[in-house]
Design a protein around this ligand. Structure first.
Ligand code: NAP
Length: 284
């Protein structure tokens, strides 16, 4: 029988445990979120993050900036948050408007407040086997979901489709740390299905609706669908054709209800992690 890797249920469990840790604290962890422009999807994500943060007792400060905010003005906002000792964690909601250099913005966030773990110092630590201040939220959520269902990673062939800096690459480092044999695919990969068919763990993060069908999946493989694509019909589609793939996979995430809630849970756990890091700075 195919196991459903229920990210919604698992995330609720993680958030209840997190709320328990936060409840006795006098000073609550505080997350600042900068959102630039009116991207409707970004607004939905930020509202959701704020709602979940409040539910576990994390304070949130949302800083909405207009679409025409200059890069310099955005960097100044980050500097202020970096200096503000009441703020534990900073998130700049992506994507940013085209006139802003995203990598410059990410580099400006102090590594010890970098709740997404995207700053090159944190990514460099991750890539070199060190311990970053925070692990990128989506890969972290995926690893936690695999752990929750006791899926063995060591020695398995993990195939990731998508090589972005926020999902594919950091996830590859994290799976390598767990002794998987990792293959990272992208749009120039030749004969994709011959690679996917050899995967014990297949993780799809492309945003290409229904890219993966049953013929591309090894029987009993673990399939994780990260992709989110909104069709012209207004419906959301994942990378994986759930109906057919769930017939062959040994375990599979629903989408929605798989990776998305785990990403938010990881964000809030990261905020608490950074809060503790700051406490250790001030206590020492
Ligand atoms: P991205 O930066 O757009 O990268 C997409 C990756 O997919 C690229 O590496 C691209 O290859 C590869 N790709 C595209 N078409 C392909 C194809 N036909 N065959 C093989 N590879 C292909 O995406 P991202 O930011 O990582 O996000 C990926 C998806 O996950 C999006 O749908 C996003 O909305 C979703 N997402 C969901 C969550 C969540 O919490 N649920 C979190 C983050 C992202 P090239 O590098 O060669 O262009």
């Amino acid at each position: 029988m195919t196991i459903l890797l229920d990210g919604k249920k698992t995330s609720v469990k993680l958030l209840i445990a997190l709320a328990e840790k936060i409840r006795p604290l006098n000073k609550k962890p505080k997350l600042a979120v900068i959102i630039v422009g009116d991207n409707p999807a970004s607004k939905i994500y930020v509202d959701l993050k704020q709602k979940r943060a409040e539910a576990v007792g994390i304070e949130s400060l949302i800083i909405p900036l207009s679409e025409d905010t200059s890069q310099e003005a955005l960097l100044e906002h980050i500097d202020i948050l970096n200096e503000d000792s009441s703020i534990d964690a900073i998130l700049v909601q992506l994507p940013l408007p085209a006139h802003i250099d995203t990598s410059k913005v990410i580099r400006r966030i102090a590594p010890y407040k970098d709740v997404d773990g995207f700053n090159p110092i944190n990514i460099g630590l991750l890539a070199s086997g060190g311990i970053p201040s925070a692990y990128p939220c989506t890969p972290c959520g995926i690893i936690k979901l695999l752990n929750e269902y006791k899926i063995n990673i060591e020695g398995k062939h993990a195939v990731i489709i998508g090589r972005s800096n926020i999902v594919g690459k950091p996830l590859a480092y994290m799976l390598l740390e767990k002794n998987a044999t990792v293959t990272l695919c992208h749009s120039k990969t030749q004969n994709l299905s011959s690679v996917t068919k050899s995967a014990d763990i297949l993780i799809c993060a492309t945003g290409q609706p229904n890219l993966i069908n049953a013929q591309m999946v090894k029987p009993n493989a673990v399939v994780i669908d990260v992709g989110v694509f909104r069709g012209d019909d207004g419906k959301l589609y994942g990378d994986v054709d759930f109906t057919s793939v769930s017939q062959v996979a040994g375990a599979i995430t629903p989408n929605p209800g798989g990776v998305g809630p785990m990403t938010i849970a990881s964000l809030l756990e990261n905020t608490y992690r950074l809060y503790n890091l700051h406490k250790s700075f001030t206590e020492n």
